[in-house]
Write a protein that binds this ligand. Structure first.
Ligand SMILES: [Zn+2]
Length: 407
């Protein structure tokens, strides 16, 4: 249950119930489309008349549209309702240490264009370059198509309400008001979020029924490790917007240096860079972000390392399995703290899932406090689905479908 806050609340007005029912109708249509008014009324346990009013309001708001007419044994033929996604577009931006990913998609998450380029670290240059790319991307769009905003995910702490990057060590951005800068350069609404949290949000939005009311943790392993926590269907942000920074939990105080400046963080053992460092015998402690970027430029990625592991390179296999073991140990800690219904895993390392699953699982068994907890379902998101870009797109598309805030 969510306790009612008796010091800060808003009283339900006559329109509250209608707002809630309209949102419910929109979500039921999204999950069961195409659906007739009669079926919608049945699902919502409301009369046809009341549902028709809600549907009319949603049509006027251009959130849904009427599609084909169905067959009926007798009486009036039903018209099927659909959520309007086609001409509603969003730009998704995933800024990483090595590369920036830029995608144009519609509200159903369908990809219409993608660009991948080297990350620009200077904020003014980044903004200028992004605005140019966005304009080019939106140019050839058909009439009627509307881009409703830009969703940006960053590897670091973000105050999502103000759009300010509080601290993104990998980018060297601290206290940067990236939202207003991008909005000013592109003339579009912008939402900014931490990458792990955006992935969790996308999971809530796209998987629909499967995650409704559930508690889960999303772990995205890339140049660093991003995490998002959802408790009882709600994304947790925390007082200072840093909830879920599991990537920086200490594994060993004398361990390798992490990009956050501390030593021995979980991500310094299990991120892509940690895996590459293990393979090449680099000392992570002595590598500056710039230095590491130089190495990345030599274009040997963790995916190449996985290919080598598959073709019999024992050193590559042991480097990736060691990361798998640390991954499992960290997951066990997450299980012991949150005890979620499931953990979602994403990132290039999941391409080697068949090579590391056993190692990850046995590390979980080693540290999870009960046997049942060690069996927490792990759900793998393939890297080619671009979960972080999906998360960035969800920042624009998902709020339309969110439950209204009441009480
Ligand atoms: Zn750290």
């Amino acid at each position: 249950m969510r306790k009612i806050n008796t010091t800060n609340f808003s009283i339900a007005t006559r329109t509250t119930a209608r707002d809630i029912n309209r949102r419910i109708a929109l979500n039921v249509i999204r999950e069961r489309q195409p659906i007739s008014r009669a079926d919608l009324a049945r699902h919502m346990k409301m009369t046809r008349g009341v549902v028709s009013v809600l549907v009319q309001e949603l049509i006027v708001q251009e959130l849904i549209y009427e599609g084909a007419t169905g067959e009926a044994a007798r009486g009036r033929k039903p018209t099927f309702l659909h959520v309007r996604t086609k001409d509603r577009l969003a730009i998704a931006v995933d800024i990483r240490f090595t590369k920036t990913y830029l995608m144009l998609c519609d509200f159903s998450g369908r990809q219409l264009g993608i660009e991948i380029y080297d990350t620009v670290f200077s904020v003014p240059d980044f903004t200028k370059d992004l605005a140019r790319r966005v304009k080019k991307m939106l140019k050839g769009l058909g009439a009627g198509a509307v881009c409703e905003g830009i969703g940006v995910v960053v590897p670091g702490m973000v105050d999502q309400r103000t759009g300010r990057v509080l601290n993104a060590p990998a980018l060297g951005w601290r206290g940067v008001d990236i939202r207003s800068k991008i909005a000013a350069a592109t003339d579009l609404p912008v939402h900014v979020e931490n990458s792990g949290r955006a992935c969790a949000l996308a999971q809530l939005w796209l998987e629909k029924a499967e995650t409704a009311g559930q508690s889960f943790v999303y772990v995205s392993v890339s140049d660093g490790v991003g995490t998002g926590i959802v408790m009882n269907g709600e994304l947790i942000r925390g007082r200072d917007h840093i909830a879920g920074e599991f990537g920086h939990m200490p594994i060993d105080l004398d361990g390798p240096r992490c990009m956050c400046g501390a030593n021995g963080c979980w991500e310094a053992y299990t991120s892509n860079l940690a895996t590459l460092a293990r393979y090449f015998g680099w000392n992570l402690s002595q590598l500056s972000p710039k230095h590491m970027k130089e190495m990345e430029k030599n274009s040997f990625t963790v995916l190449d390392l996985i290919s080598r592991a598959r073709t019999g390179d024992a050193k590559a296999l042991s480097a990736i399995r060691a990361s798998g073991r640390f991954l499992g140990l960290g997951l066990a800690t997450i299980v012991n703290i949150i005890n979620p219904d499931a953990i979602y895993l994403a990132g290039e390392i999941t391409n080697a899932w068949d090579l590391i699953e056993e190692t990850v699982r046995s590390a979980m068994v080693e540290r999870a406090l009960t046997e049942a907890a060690s069996r927490t379902p792990l759900r793998i998101t393939p890297a080619q689905e671009y979960p972080r870009l999906r998360g960035a797109a969800a920042l624009i598309a998902a709020p339309t479908f969110a439950a209204p805030r009441v009480a």
